[in-house]
Design a protein around this ligand. Structure first.
Ligand SMILES: [Zn+2]
Length: 68
């Protein structure tokens, strides 16, 4: 006897329309990771972190021996 290797899985009752499919996928876009601009040099940086370019945090100089 032939051994059937069939896996049972959920079968959709109805075909999903183009509109329904597109509405569902409207939430699937990949979001950009959180970034902000440095207030002193304008560089795009990660929020709540010292700016790696100019070494400032909240407009104050935090790191001294940074390349300027
Ligand atoms: Zn900066």
């Amino acid at each position: 006897m032939m051994k059937l290797d069939i896996q049972m899985f959920a079968v959709p009752f109805h075909r999903v329309s183009k509109t329904r499919k597109r509405m569902r996928r409207s939430h699937n876009a990949i979001e950009l990771p959180g970034t902000t601009k440095c207030p002193s040099c304008g560089e795009t940086i990660k929020p709540h972190r010292v700016c790696p370019k100019c070494g400032t945090y909240k407009g104050k100089k935090v790191l001294s021996n940074e390349s300027e």
